[in-house]
Design a protein around this ligand. Structure first.
Ligand SMILES: [Fe+2]
Length: 294
């Protein structure tokens, strides 16, 4: 018979627009055959309540070595009850089918990025620079039917609890770079949840919806940002092609109990990915930049 342990804890709700922070939720934490299950007493997905620690992945860019290293690191921190993927799982890198299969295996809640759409022929490649265009054409040529079917199933925007998931921004999920607090503020009319998680810039950052640039945070490794007050746009950085000068893979973890997001960097075997890119004939600039994190 399965052992079942129930414990209880209070969870702080996210304040609504202009509303105070209030304590509203009693959650149940059950252990069934060693698997921890958390559930709001108001039901799974109840607005205002997290239901788990969520691993945030973005811009994997077909870099399986980086993805596997991140997953192992997150597992070692007990930080992946659930997984969200914020687009561009393919493009640039050498293993698009393997990365999409891994996301399916992780049962990730995922959205499409501009590189999924390009590989599917849904975006004009003229909008890409020559290196990105060459990589998109290569990706399209190697995608399996199963990968295409999965990529086609991804929405450009989705909602889970108090978070909207997009690749770019709520206003333009495919293309807009959310790279300043002012851009975050301009996106508020398009954000129907308290908070947003996004990718696309390849730089880990937390922007306040207030538009006050002084409140933005460019987090370092193992830095935790408090999200209890205000509304926020959270970017976990890029797993497979960081562009902030740090070549280590970047990811983040949303913590439901603490209402925080923590950021992590992890070294991975960059040379393995570079070798596969060279063998695939992908542009040299694309594999060389991985060593610089730019
Ligand atoms: Fe990207």
């Amino acid at each position: 018979m399965a052992t079942r342990r129930i414990s209880r804890c209070w969870s702080a709700a996210w304040p609504g627009p202009g509303g105070p922070l209030v304590i509203v939720s009693l959650r149940l934490v059950a252990c069934v055959r060693g698997k921890r299950i958390r559930e709001s007493i108001f039901g799974p997905g109840h607005k205002g309540v997290f239901v788990s620690r969520i691993l945030l992945l973005s811009d994997i860019h077909a870099n399986l070595a980086a993805l596997e290293t991140v997953v192992l690191d997150a597992e070692s921190r007990s930080a992946m009850d659930r997984v969200w993927s914020l687009g561009d799982a393919v493009g640039y890198g050498p293993q698009p089918n393997e990365c999409l299969a891994r996301l399916r295996g992780l049962d990730a809640l995922a959205v499409a990025g501009n590189h999924e759409l390009a590989a599917l022929g849904s975006l004009p490649l003229e909008q890409f620079n020559p290196h990105a265009r060459a990589a998109a054409e290569w990706t399209a040529s190697v995608l399996t039917a199963e990968s295409r079917q999965y990529a086609e199933s991804l929405p450009e925007k989705t909602v889970d609890g108090d978070f909207t998931l997009v690749h770019g921004s709520p206003r333009d999920p495919v293309w807009e770079y959310l790279d300043r607090a002012g851009v975050a503020a301009a996106n508020l009319p398009f954000l129907e949840t308290p908070h947003c998680v996004n990718g696309h810039t390849h730089v880990p950052v937390v922007f306040p919806a207030s538009g006050n640039d002084d409140e933005k945070v460019f987090p370092g490794h193992e830095q935790t940002v408090d999200l209890k007050a205000g509304r926020w746009f959270v970017n976990p950085g890029s797993v497979g092609q960081p562009r902030d000068g740090d070549p280590r893979a970047s990811y983040a973890v949303l913590d439901d109990s603490a209402a925080t997001v923590s950021f992590f960097r992890v070294e991975y075997p960059i040379g393995d990915t570079q070798s596969l890119m060279q063998k695939a004939g992908l542009p040299g600039m694309l594999w060389q930049r991985l060593s610089r994190g730019l």
